[in-house]
Design a protein. Structure first.
Length: 188
């Protein structure tokens, strides 16, 4: 059983998210034994976000420090994080996982999901994807969209396992010869 506490981004008081009452967890979420709190990032998380980006993404795919700072203050972006201590990590300082969502008039774009190496396989990425759907639902958005590296079949399958489908091929999206796929999933 997952014991998850999602702190809605619109509610800084930390009230429980009614979409995930205690004991009712979406089927896409794996079992885990840790208490996990997903919270909205603050400016104090900027360096931790940079460290997480550096450890998870190739240099040409990382958000710059300037871009991360803008994400933290932009009204059209949401940055959600899971602290290492909250994820049961032996390293108690820093971030275990983070996601950046971009808000559009009818959709939420899942721009980035990053999970530190020692926390991979614990279901934190799935929790952040579920949180993106919660955010989209609260805002009355129709779908969650993302781009994924076409050459990373495991990543594409991971998103497909959560209900996403490939809707379009994006030739040379990342760089010349580095293709992506656009994926989408309706918000229900």
């Amino acid at each position: 059983m997952v014991n998850v506490r999602l702190i809605p981004s619109a509610d800084p008081t930390g009230a429980r998210d009614p979409a995930f009452p205690q004991g009712i967890i979406p089927a896409c979420m794996p079992e885990t034994r840790v208490n996990t709190t997903i919270r909205t990032a603050s400016p104090a998380d900027e360096s931790g976000l940079g460290e997480l980006e550096s450890s998870c993404f190739d240099e040409d795919r990382r958000s710059s420090p300037r871009s991360l700072k803008r994400s933290l203050s932009s009204p059209s972006q949401v940055v959600r994080v899971i602290d290492r201590a909250a994820a049961g990590s032996p390293a108690s300082a820093g971030l275990a996982a983070a996601a950046i969502y971009w808000l559009y008039p009818r959709s939420l774009r899942l721009y980035s999901v990053a999970v530190c190496r020692e926390s991979r396989g614990a279901g934190l990425g799935r929790l952040l994807v579920a949180d993106a759907f919660r955010e989209a639902r609260e805002r009355g958005l129709c779908r969650v969209v993302l781009e994924a590296d076409q050459a990373n079949a495991a990543l594409v399958r991971w998103y497909e396992s959560q209900g996403f489908v490939v809707t379009r091929q994006l030739p040379s999206y990342y760089a010349h010869g580095r293709h992506a796929v656009r994926m989408s999933c309706p918000v229900t």
